[in-house]
Design a protein around this ligand. Structure first.
Ligand SMILES: Nc1ncnc2c1ncn2[C@@H]1O[C@H](COP(=O)(O)OP(=O)(O)O)[C@@H](O)[C@H]1O
Ligand SMILES: [Mg+2]
Length: 237
């Protein structure tokens, strides 16, 4: 498995808070990785740096060996580093189909990677029957699926998902886990998640953040038995 993304000694400070504090790891081709940790641990900040949304104060982000440190977020997307934000934000006045089409435009224009067929993405996110529904009329769960669909329209090489199952039903959470597993056959997938049933189902490499630091990095089984992880996050029950 070749290395796709390298995060090297990244730091990001907000006033007196180190949101990310000297974090290093790599993401391989078609690797599936979960990121867990308590609220405020720095998980979203880490995704912000990995997707170019926020520039780190220290350290570097390299894609296939090339530094992206001084590049804007759209350059990250053009390389195939595509992210879903925490919370569902879709275009309220556009239909599901048009939102998908729109999402496929930018990267296709600037990177030459043609978007997948809208029908295929609709089938993947199981919104075929809602294709003409306005974003504002979609349920919270449908909006979460639509946002994932919009990321897929950018033909990601590295898909970054920030709490994709927040507010979803238990059934939809299982479906999202199954989708993440399927997608990881084609691309690298990094998922921030607080639902431990989801993380257990993925059973993949798991990064644990706590107070801006990466305190564990390994298979979920090993990480879930780690003393520091139990103290910081999972508890001992
Ligand atoms: N834009 C920002 N301005 C100020 N503080 C921020 C900002 N983004 C994140 N933080 C702070 O950085 C820390 C990590 O936040 P975040 O990365 O959102 O954590 P998580 O996603 O793990 O809940 C928190 O203390 C948060 O308040
Ligand atoms: Mg967060």
């Amino acid at each position: 498995m070749g290395t796709l993304l390298e995060i090297e000694q990244v730091g990001k400070r907000y006033g007196g808070i180190m949101a990310i504090d000297g974090v290093s790891f790599t993401i391989g081709e078609r690797e599936l990785v979960c990121v867990i940790g308590p609220n405020g641990a720095g998980k979203s900040s880490l995704l912000n740096v990995m997707s170019g949304t926020v520039r780190p104060d220290q350290g570097d982000v390299r894609f296939r060996g090339r530094s992206l440190r001084s590049q804007p977020a759209h350059a990250f997307a053009n390389h195939g580093i595509v992210r879903k934000f925490q919370g569902a934000n879709v275009f309220p006045w556009m239909t599901v189909t048009d939102s998908l089409r729109m999402a496929g435009l930018g990267v296709a224009l600037h990177s030459g990677r043609a978007p997948p067929a809208v029908e295929d993405v609709l089938a993947t996110i199981k919104l075929g029957h809602q294709a003409h529904r306005l974003g504002s009329m979609c349920s919270h769960g449908q909006r979460q699926w639509l946002e994932v669909g919009m990321t897929l329209m950018c033909r990601p090489r590295i898909l970054l998902l920030d709490e994709p199952t927040a507010g979803m039903t238990a059934v939809a959470t299982v479906e999202m886990a199954e989708l993440a597993l399927r997608l990881a056959a084609e691309m690298s997938v990094v998922v921030i998640e607080h639902d431990m049933s989801f993380v257990r189902r993925l059973g993949c490499r798991t990064l644990v953040m706590h107070q801006g630091r990466l305190i564990a990095d390994g298979p979920f089984d090993a990480v879930s038995h780690d003393e520091r992880v139990r103290d910081a996050y999972l508890g001992r029950a």
